[in-house]
Design a protein around this ligand. Structure first.
Ligand code: ADP
Ligand code: ASP
Ligand code: MG
Length: 411
């Protein structure tokens, strides 16, 4: 019999009826003889509602108080799930992150897990109890409540599985696995039986929010067997796994990720002299604005255009900073566009195949979509395009790379 850590996401515990359905499912696993640690998210919409309440009082409230507030969502669902389990005769106990001692650093709203005490959970498991843990939260070494970033319950699940050396970490959600692209955008998206940690990490980083980035990092680092499954439909789901050397027919592209969270800024007519990039990006990084893609061009007249992307929330702030930098550098002007989107193709098979990028550019050209920026790594190619073409681009690429024909033979 196995030890599973199961994480149920917001929609899976979004109503009392669904919480009862999760309890039925947990009961079935117990009857099969498995030991279970169950991590739950807040009811869907609750974390956003709490953030809304805070913002009605203050535009940027203290991160410490935000954590005290938003961690309450998960405290509700752990208690309700335990009640539903007890009603079914299943012995269970709920714990907040602090009670388990999920110890984190003090970076409120984006804390990182440092250590987890497992003895208490092991005692409960030995006594035949299901351990129900609030996702998304921990406690720092001074006892302050912390949270792990949006979508952080995935990371709680994986971290508990690593600490307890569980046989599998199962992420139950509202789709039956990881798809070639977001199935809500492309109807023909297909479920993948397997995807490597490396590919999943790229997909998550490039916008596929089915798993939180840190949970994939963590699972890769500690080799936690990780599976994404549907909460209420049976099926094998998707296994996130290490690269399988034996797979002869690796697809070149495993998936397409996209995000609309970015904005583009350009300083036009910058003198082409040493130190310019640092004079432009220095003040941006000092303002704590993260930069994603960067492109610099050399024009004939000894000036250059310098373009980069930032998170859309930082667009106005970055534009203000650049206006000042532009004057100091004697550059011509600053332009910006916050109606852009980034589309990326991801696949470890790319390493051994030439021509993947040009195939991508061909497909976009056929749909008459202009590419504004390009960046590549060993296993991905990303382009920035106008946001209005995003869905067209994702669908076009999905069929150009024949992802609707992925073989989904079950294991
Ligand atoms: P939960 O509340 O259970 O954590 P999320 O909303 O965080 O669920 O993640 C599940 C959602 O991720 C799906 O409903 C789907 O729209 C989205 N998604 C984005 N990209 C993908 C993908 N490649 N495969 C599957 N789902 C994806
Ligand atoms: N409730 C948190 C959020 O909405 C954490 C999670 O659901 O994983 O971001
Ligand atoms: Mg999620």
């Amino acid at each position: 019999m196995a030890l599973f850590v199961q994480k149920y996401g917001g929609t899976s515990v979004g109503t009392v009826e669904r919480i009862e359905a999760v309890a039925d499912k947990v009961k079935r696993f117990r009857e099969e003889g498995h030991d279970l640690v169950v991590v739950v998210s807040a009811m869907s919409g609750e974390t956003n509602r709490l953030i809304g309440l805070a913002n009605a009082i203050q535009e940027s409230p203290s991160p410490r108080e935000m954590d005290v507030l938003v961690s309450t969502g998960e405290q509700v669902t752990i208690a309700l799930l335990c009640m539903a389990l007890e009603k079914r005769g299943v012995s269970a106990r709920s714990y907040t992150g602090g009670q388990v001692k999920i110890l984190t650093d003090s970076a409120h709203t984006k804390a990182r897990i440092q250590d987890i005490e497992v003895d208490g959970m092991r005692r409960d498991l030995a006594a035949g109890r299901v351990v129900v843990v609030a996702g998304f939260q921990g406690v720092d070494y001074d006892g302050n409540i912390t949270t792990l970033g949006r979508g952080g319950s995935d990371t709680t699940g994986v971290a508990l599985a690593a600490a307890l050396k569980a046989d599998e970490c199962q992420i139950y959600t509202d789709v039956d696995g990881v798809y070639t692209t977001d199935p809500r955008v492309v109807e023909g998206a297909t479920r993948l039986d397997k995807i490597t940690f490396e590919e999943m990490l790229e997909m998550a980083s490039l916008g596929s929010k089915v798993l939180q980035i840190r949970s994939v990092e963590f699972a890769g680092k500690y080799k936690v067997p990780l599976r994404v499954l549907h909460s209420f439909q049976d099926g094998p789901g998707t296994l996130i796994t290490i690269e399988d050397e034996d797979t002869v027919e690796k697809p070149i592209i495993s998936g397409i990720a996209f995000n609309r969270d970015e904005a583009k800024l350009t300083v036009i007519g910058v003198p082409d002299i040493p130190g310019v990039a640092s004079r432009i990006l220095g003040p941006i990084s000092r303002a704590n604005i993260e930069v994603d893609m960067i492109v610099q061009n050399v024009a004939g007249d000894r000036t250059t255009d310098f373009t980069f992307t930032v998170h859309r929330n930082d667009f106005a702030k970055a534009q203000d900073i650049l206006k000042q930098v532009c004057a100091e550098l004697g550059a011509r002007e600053v332009t910006g566009d916050n109606k852009i989107a980034k589309v990326s193709i991801v696949g470890v098979g790319m390493r051994s195949h030439a021509g993947v990028a040009s195939k991508m550019f061909d497909a976009l050209a056929q749909d008459n979509i202009n590419i504004q920026m390009i960046s590549t790594s060993e296993i991905k190619v990303s382009v920035v395009i106008a946001e209005k073409y995003l869905e067209l681009a994702v669908r076009g690429l999905h069929s150009a790379f024949e992802l609707d024909k992925v073989d989904t033979v079950s294991e």
